[in-house]
Design a protein. Structure first.
Length: 73
């Protein structure tokens, strides 16, 4: 699940969002991880990776801006 942050404060906002994503994972006892990726100076994404079995729960509760599906090989 991906959240896009744009503007001069995008990286700081994404860093803060990752803290809350990790708190959510711990509270809900979900396996997964959260991190960020600086796309440009004005665009940073925060993301969370969870198992497919938890995907719908996380999507419905956290309402990401978008999502990408990765199949583990």
């Amino acid at each position: 699940m991906i959240w896009d942050f744009r503007g001069p404060e995008a990286e700081k906002i994404a860093e803060h969002h990752v803290i809350h994503l990790n708190e959510y994972l711990a509270k809900e006892k979900l396996e997964g991880f959260a991190n960020l990726d600086k796309q440009t100076d004005l665009h940073t994404i925060a993301f969370v990776v969870v198992d497919e079995s938890q995907m719908m729960k996380v999507r419905d509760e956290l309402r990401p801006h978008r999502a990408v599906w990765y199949e583990q090989v």
